[in-house]
Design a protein around this ligand. Structure first.
Ligand SMILES: Nc1ncnc2c1ncn2[C@@H]1O[C@H](COP(=O)(O)OP(=O)(O)O)[C@@H](O)[C@H]1O
Ligand SMILES: [Mg+2]
Length: 249
């Protein structure tokens, strides 16, 4: 049974950074097979994990809808979609990546969307870890009708709005049909004196405050230059080691 870690929080708090470092940690600890899912429509997990260009499920859906009329005889939308989905999983050394891309849009292509949901859920059992970079509304988690989440990490930084987002993520989890077994708060580069506020937030919501990811110039520079966080040895990576040890990863 795969163990699922989902990371959520306000944009810019460091979710994608955290997911990349967790995937890198699990690979380094030989905890594979691992599936990383980029469920944020503003996808950039692939870049931080060292991929040049990744095709998204959203792009594939658009392609199917646009090119339907030119399909070879006997090829259905579903069979095209299914073939495409298998190709869309990027394989790297130690982990796989699935990038969701743009969401379902206003039109209802219900059976294509159901196919996508089923595909992403059917994948899960073949992995030991599934790590998901989420959008703030947790829509991707909500769509995974039969998969529970073992660990939800909500990231907060010095932006006060990220605290409101953490509260609303916590509220959303209460309306999900999926079970979330453990909820953690993780801060990113928070000022020392503000940790008390986070502790209060933890008590108020029932989430557990695990640790702070330290500010990391090497990481910041690497991301700025479009580089990958794989194999990076730096203060933030050390923070991930203590985070994962605390949560039992
Ligand atoms: N611990 C850290 N030290 C230094 N810079 C960081 C750290 N965490 C995140 N960043 C910076 O913040 C930016 C946004 O982080 P990102 O993970 O993309 O946030 P999100 O996915 O939540 O939008 C990164 O591009 C990086 O420059
Ligand atoms: Mg992100």
């Amino acid at each position: 049974m795969a163990k699922t870690i989902a990371v959520a929080g306000k944009g810019g708090t460091g979710k994608t950074t955290l997911v990349s470092l967790i995937v890198d940690y699990l690979v380094q600890k030989k905890q594979g097979p691992i599936l990383a899912i980029d469920a944020d429509p503003d996808s950039n997990l692939g870049t931080l994990l060292g991929f040049k260009k990744v095709k998204t499920v959203g792009e594939l859906r658009d392609e199917v809808l646009k090119e339907m009329k030119d399909f070879p005889a006997g090829m259905t939308k579903a069979s095209y979609m299914e073939a495409g989905l298998h190709e869309i999983i990027e394989e790297a050394d130690g982990f796989d990546l699935l990038t969701m891309g743009r969401g379902e849009g206003p039109g209802c292509y219900c059976y294509l969307n159901n196919l996508i949901r089923k595909f992403s859920e059917d994948l899960t059992p073949s992995y030991k870890w599934v790590v998901i970079d989420n959008e703030a509304g947790l829509e991707h988690i909500n769509r995974r009708t039969s998969s529970n989440v073992d660990i939800l990490m909500v990231v907060v930084n010095n932006n006060p709005i990220s605290i409101n987002t953490a509260r609303s993520v916590d509220q959303i989890t209460k309306s999900l049909k999926n079970k979330i077994y453990k909820k953690y708060l993780v801060t990113n580069q928070i000022k020392e004196g503000r940790k008390e506020v986070i502790q209060q937030l933890a008590e108020e919501t029932g989430m557990e405050y695990v640790c702070d990811i330290p500010s990391d110039d090497i990481l910041e520079e690497t991301i700025f230059n479009g580089g990958s966080l794989r194999g990076l040895d730096s203060p933030a990576k050390e923070g991930i080691f203590s985070l994962m040890e605390k949560i039992g990863g």
